[in-house]
Design a protein. Structure first.
Length: 384
């Protein structure tokens, strides 16, 4: 009898717990619905002169309401000033919290026209005109792991050497990724690109252009070369690039990105609160962590394509005691003309972890690449 009674009590307690969870979720959703009946102002009507700063944040006033943004004003200005110091022809930097989708920095600078560190509305960061280059290798390796085509320990014979897949990422080895892409095949490669957000809309507080992957048109480049990062068949926006890195940091989940934190009326009452949610799940937790680990060598091993951007000539890590991993990319592009260098990075062992996408478009005479720029920026921001 005691045993039967015990089982009954356990079941009853489980029901109570489920009821409480249901009531909490229902109340939360109801509250969000009440808040979010308010329609955000059309942010495209504004420019950087409308943005004000207070307590390290950005805000603007629209008639009877105040729109508060998620931007870290210190990081935003520091990145902008560093772009200006190097007189970068075209530069973009996006910093995002992968677990929430909150954008901490959205910076654009160009020496060719007037810009401002407050200009979070600039269409440069919202366009998807920019060649993806070797960033696509992260998508290729993800699909290959999912399909069991490779293991994290797999090696390929290229250029008279056996090259591990991890070192192929660290050194951006085109020969290895040409082989891996061909093993995946066009249909699965195309499907994985879609899973990561290409050829589909990404909701955002500003109008974000769709990133395009037209890999059916492989007349000039074979499928293997496209998967190695060659050609202009795959183009991306800097915001979307930051979301790709976010997926690996957030156990395979891409959260809806946002830049508006909330909206308050003239009485100080919050009438809109941002409601982020899981947007895509391009891969599973196990694979995302395997790929994240594979990116360690890019930054932290001698010979990795980003190593010199994060270590000084004595081999000392120049950023405060965080773990940083990443992937670089470089290729000539046409819109605008120049030599494109990318750095996608993840700042780990901090709370919350961060993902960064840096794009520099240089002219024939250039001073710095994306990885070195990012290392220098974070060494200043997270000063020891």
């Amino acid at each position: 009898m005691r045993q039967t009674k015990k089982k009954s009590n356990i079941k009853f307690s489980q029901v109570i717990i489920l009821l409480l969870i249901f009531l909490f979720v229902f109340t939360r959703l109801k509250g969000l619905a009440k808040y979010n009946k308010f329609k955000l102002p059309d942010l495209t009507r504004y420019n950087f002169n409308d943005i004000k700063t207070s307590k390290n944040t950005f805000f603007l006033r629209d008639e009877d309401v105040t729109v508060n943004f998620t931007i870290d004003a210190k990081l935003q200005k520091m990145a902008y000033d560093l772009f200006a110091a190097f007189r970068i022809p075209y530069g973009s930097l996006v910093v995002i919290e992968p677990k929430s989708g909150r954008i901490r920095a959205l910076v654009h600078y160009s020496k060719h026209y007037k810009t401002d560190y407050r200009d979070i509305f600039n269409e440069f960061n919202l366009k998807a005109n920019y060649v993806v280059a070797s960033l696509v290798k992260l998508i290729v390796v993800t699909k290959a792991l999912e399909e069991g085509i490779i293991l994290p320990t797999s090696k390929f014979y290229c250029n008279r050497n056996n090259v591990s897949i991890s070192w192929a990422i660290a050194t951006s080895n085109n020969c290895v990724f040409e082989k891996v892409t061909n093993l995946i095949g066009k249909a699965k490669f195309k499907s994985e690109l879609f899973d990561f957000g290409f050829n589909r809309s990404i909701p955002f507080d500003l109008k974000l252009e769709d990133s395009k992957a037209n890999i059916d048109d492989t007349k000039d480049f074979s499928l293997g070369l496209v998967g190695s990062g060659f050609g202009d068949l795959i183009k991306i926006s800097p915001i979307h690039a930051s979301l790709i890195m976010s997926a690996f940091v957030n156990d395979g989940v891409i959260m809806k990105p946002y830049i508006v934190k909330n909206v308050v009326n003239k009485d100080g009452k919050e009438i809109f609160i941002q409601n982020s949610y899981p947007l895509f799940r391009p891969t599973e937790k196990t694979v995302s962590r395997e790929v994240l680990e594979m990116m360690d060598g890019t930054v932290n091993k001698v010979g990795g394509t980003a190593y010199k951007g994060f270590y000084d000539h004595r081999g000392n890590f120049i950023v405060r005691n965080f773990k940083i991993v990443g992937k670089t990319g470089s290729l000539s592009g046409k819109n605008p003309d120049g030599y494109y260098t990318w750095f996608l990075g993840a700042l780990l062992e901090i709370e919350p972890p961060l993902a960064v996408a840096t794009l520099l478009i240089n002219e024939p005479i250039w001073k710095i690449k994306a990885a070195s720029f990012t290392g220098l920026l974070f060494s200043k921001y997270f000063k020891k």
